[in-house]
Design a protein around this ligand. Structure first.
Ligand code: AKB
Length: 317
């Protein structure tokens, strides 16, 4: 990786991936692309920033050729809950965007990182120890885009030799940027409310177990996969990875250790609950461990401690 483009760079993952890539490969070698959201000032100062609509193949190709890009981290996409509200828009952004990225990458010999998700699984998938290779029949627009995206990336690798690699991310927890419109967002919101208001109303019910990961692990995973020796990769799109699995009441109990008067209650959102109920509770990430040495660093304990420390500083409590 010498010249990198990150699409959707102002989102939850991009806001932390771009600085990590710039630290590793140099600020000038990482072009951050965003569309509607205004990027943080530091972000623009530390390297090139472009406004880019990934559904326009011409605009994408212009950026790739101008900056002589050889690797694209394609993060621009709508998340699960928003995609259920706007399924047609989700199909255009998530699928047309990816198809454009793959086609431009074929022509310009770029490698591609594609973030898939636990959403690529569905209600017929085994929910515990979800195997790397198993049934993938999601019943959400987000999931349909993710599983189609995995297949399209594998197609471009097998048919045209484009170096595509991907990860099925669990819910991602971070203090720098709020996620926008996902089902696992509760696991971030809860920290803000706990620190600011001492109470949180969860939109997922008690007992809803989902795979989760702290953002530093997620960012490291994306970089490590793209650095991995291709000869070791038996899979490409996409690898299961996880770090922890918990239900809302378990996260609340951990937070309560630091904020003893914190209270959680429940007002279930049927749409997001149905999405969560169709996703794995705990994936088997053995293939990622074996093929590129994946290991998480943060468990529930470590993540909660770090989130409370950094978010309290950020919110100046
Ligand atoms: C979402 O909830 O939509 C995402 C995901 C798990 O892919 N965080």
């Amino acid at each position: 990786m010498k010249k990198i483009l990150v699409t959707g760079s102002t989102g939850q993952i991009g806001s932390e991936l771009v600085p990590a890539l710039r630290k590793k490969y140099g600020g000038d070698n990482v072009v951050a692309a965003g569309h509607k959201r205004v990027p943080q000032q530091a972000f623009i100062e530390q390297g090139p920033y472009v406004t880019l609509d990934v559904t326009s193949i011409e605009s994408l190709e212009e950026v790739v050729t101008k900056y002589q890009i050889d690797t694209i981290f394609h993060l621009a996409a709508l998340l699960s809950a928003v995609a259920e509200e706007k399924p047609q828009l989700a199909w255009v952004i998530n699928m047309q965007g990816l198809s454009n990225v793959l086609e431009v990458s074929r022509k310009n010999k770029c490698a591609v990182f594609f973030p898939s998700s636990i959403g690529a699984f569905g209600p017929n998938t085994p929910r515990n120890n979800t195997p790397q290779d198993t049934v993938q029949r999601p019943n959400t627009m987000y999931g349909i885009c993710k599983v189609s995206g995995e297949l399209l990336c594998d197609y471009y690798f097998n048919r045209f030799g484009v170096d595509t690699r991907g990860i099925r991310f669990p819910g991602l927890i971070s203090y720098k940027m709020l996620p926008g419109g996902g089902t696992t967002d509760y696991a971030v919101e809860i920290f803000y409310r706990a620190i600011q208001k001492r109470k949180y109303t969860s939109f997922l019910q008690e007992g809803t177990y989902l795979d989760m990961m702290y953002m530093p692990d997620a960012v490291r995973a994306a970089i490590e996969l793209m650095e991995a020796d291709p000869k070791r990769l038996k899979h490409r799109n996409s690898f299961n990875i996880t770090a922890m699995s918990f239900a809302p009441e378990e996260l609340a109990a951990k937070i309560k250790y630091y904020i003893p008067d914190f209270l959680i209650n429940y007002q279930v959102d049927p749409v997001r609950q149905a999405i969560a109920d169709s996703w794995p509770q705990h994936m088997d990430d053995g293939a990622a461990q074996e093929e590129w040495g994946w290991q998480h660093q943060y468990d529930l304990e470590e993540m909660t401690k770090d989130m409370i420390k950094h978010l309290s500083q950020k919110l100046a409590v």
